[in-house]
Design a binder for this molecule. Structure first.
Ligand code: CA
Length: 233
């Protein structure tokens, strides 16, 4: 089993199939969160970070294709594998058009599903690695070493917590762009923990203390009301 388990959201309302899939995914070493309705799926996506979503199409309340569309509209790139009982190509095309990454028609071969899951997660992980910046980043008189989790300024060396380092990295990778609260929660907090807005604010206040000449008049770490946070060099 991997040290850091990949987390999968399983959205499927047929109980027998749900339990079979869950059991087999767990046997493969994945963490599995269950959703049996469309609204439960949407709630889970807003509260937790997932490495993959397995999404049934025909669901109570909200269908899987609408959920997929909602997830993509909120700028979440989580890989989505759609499951459908329908054999019609229209459903498949619509699902893919709304942002699904892959598609399986029921009944499917379990081994094939597990293989596709593995491939999608692997592809996404490689993509994320490619997008990440180098191990160190400098601006003004500051250097941040993401690996060592320290910031070096003119006067001192600041030890950063793991979450501080992750948040700094996320903001710096998106230099000049607003990073939404949802994205921050997804990337930095993830897994089941849902901090309040104040938690993120406190991190930003720390960054200002570390890196701003005048923390009340920030030049680098900006709060954008109603939207999120932005780093500028
Ligand atoms: Ca169903």
């Amino acid at each position: 089993m991997q040290e850091n388990k990949y987390n999968i959201l399983l959205v499927e309302d047929e109980e027998n199939l749900h339990e079979t899939l869950k059991l087999n995914l767990k046997l493969e070493g994945y963490g599995v969160t269950s959703a049996f309705t469309g609204s439960a799926a949407l709630k889970a996506v807003q509260e937790e970070y997932f490495d993959l979503i397995i999404m049934d199409v025909m669901l109570p309340e909200i269908d899987g294709i609408s959920i997929t569309e909602t997830i993509r509209v909120s700028d979440n790139d989580v890989p989505i594998l759609i499951l459908s009982a329908k054999n019609s190509g229209a459903d498949k095309i619509l699902g893919l058009r709304k942002g699904a990454d892959d598609y399986l028609t029921k009944p499917f071969n379990l081994e094939e599903l597990l293989l596709r899951v593995e491939k999608l997660i692997d592809k996404n992980r490689k993509l994320q690695e490619k997008q990440t910046i180098a191990n160190t980043y400098s601006f003004n008189n500051y250097t941040i070493d993401f690996k060592a989790q320290i910031a070096i300024t003119n006067e001192k060396k600041i030890a950063l917590s793991k979450k501080e380092t992750m948040l700094l990295k996320l903001l710096i990778e998106n230099e000049g762009k607003v990073v939404t609260r949802e994205k921050i929660l997804q990337v930095v907090w993830g897994y089941n923990v849902y901090p309040t807005t104040r938690t993120i604010d406190n991190f930003i206040l720390s960054f200002r203390k570390y890196f701003e000449v005048d923390s009340r008049n920030p030049q680098h770490f900006h709060s954008v009301r109603g939207a999120g946070y932005k780093f500028t060099k």
